[in-house]
Write a protein that binds this ligand. Structure first.
Ligand code: PBG
Length: 329
């Protein structure tokens, strides 16, 4: 392995040989597009902290999805923008069979039956206080009470036709309870993508503006249930528990600052590992792009291939629509 018999640069000397020797590839099959749905018809809104991303009513979303699905986009993750009048302390709107998510799933699945629809199972869009769980008078987030609500929410998504339910709330034990409930309601093919290693991250800020939960949450934090960014080994326990409870796939969130967690998860477990390139990561990249400090396409594609290199099977990214068009013009 000594120079000059070995010259590592030979494999970098042309585009063809670089393509041939690449260890990882990014395709549309790696992408999940997170989308923000609004109630109503023909509505589009800009999101200040996420330039280039829009909230859309489901008809507008469908118009956007049809050509993307033809170009190979396989999956979306739905996030609802819930009006203030539907937010309560018990989050009951979350399992309304005629709620925004449930109606949107039905509409999308009947128009595009082969597009995978993933729904978020967590109460934060529906609670008056913006927490993912139900709280008592002292403000404590009640684990087991919350699970009962999450089970009803997950069932209502599955019954509306969601392919995958994705609990993102970080309560202990919710995956097992959801799995049992789905089996009982004959939704045995509804998969569970568990946000198993979800950190209490500051990079979620723009998302909370996008769904309108920032004001409800105020200054309170989610640190009593989401993980401490200082911890890695704890993620292994979280993931192992969720797989044992019946999770089909797991998620690490946020993404790029947590590639070590993704790599660790991939090496220790045999289920698909997804990663969420979250709103704050999007905002950082896009602001640099909009200021002319970074070139959009190469910077975004590099970010995504780094996810692949770390071992990610599917990446939730707000760039999924653009990347689909870049990869399959
Ligand atoms: C809440 C939820 C959050 C995100 C997805 N689901 C925010 C939070 O935990 O407060 C964040 C996604 C992003 O930042 O892009 N259940």
């Amino acid at each position: 392995m000594q120079y000059p018999f070995t010259r590592k640069r030979r494999l970098r000397s042309s585009q063809a040989i670089r393509n041939l020797s690449a260890e990882n590839h990014l395709t549309v099959n790696d992408l999940i597009w997170p989308v923000f749905v609004l109630d109503g018809f023909n509505r589009t809104e800009d999101i200040t902290a996420m330039p280039g991303v829009k909230r859309m009513s489901v008809d507008v979303l469908l118009d956007r999805l049809k050509p993307l699905h033809e170009k190979g986009l396989n999956a979306i993750a739905l996030f609802p923008v819930i009006e203030a009048k539907h937010k309560t302390d018990d989050a009951a709107e979350a399992w309304n069979p005629e709620g925004l998510v449930q109606r949107s799933v039905k509409t999308i699945k009947s128009a595009l039956p082969d597009l995978m629809v993933i729904t978020d199972v967590a109460l934060d869009p529906y609670t008056s206080h913006g927490q993912d769980g139900i709280i008592n008078e002292q403000g404590e987030i009640l684990n087991d009470v919350t699970i009962k609500a999450l089970v009803m929410q997950a069932k209502s998504h599955a019954q509306a036709g969601a392919d995958v339910v994705a609990p993102s709330d970080m309560m202990d034990g919710r995956v097992g309870e959801i799995r049992h409930a789905l089996e009982q309601c004959k939704c045995h093919n509804t998969a569970i993508l568990s946000y198993a290693a979800k950190y209490a991250s500051n990079f979620y800020g723009p998302f909370r503006d996008a769904v309108g939960s920032a004001g409800n949450l105020g200054k309170s934090s989610k640190e009593s249930y989401q993980m401490n960014p200082a911890n890695a080994l704890e993620a292994i326990d979280e993931i192992a528990m969720d797989i044992a409870e019946g999770a089909d796939m797991i998620m690490v969130k946020p993404g790029m600052p947590y590639l070590d967690i993704i790599a660790m998860a991939k090496s220790q477990f045999n289920v698909p590992v997804c990663a969420y390139h979250v709103s704050g990561e999007y905002a950082m990249l896009q602001s640099a792009i909009d200021n002319g400090y970074l070139a959009e396409q190469p910077a975004v594609l590099e970010a995504l291939i780094c996810f692949k290199r770390a071992g990610t099977d599917a990446i939730l990214t707000y760039y999924a629509d653009r990347v689909t068009e870049w990869l399959n013009p």
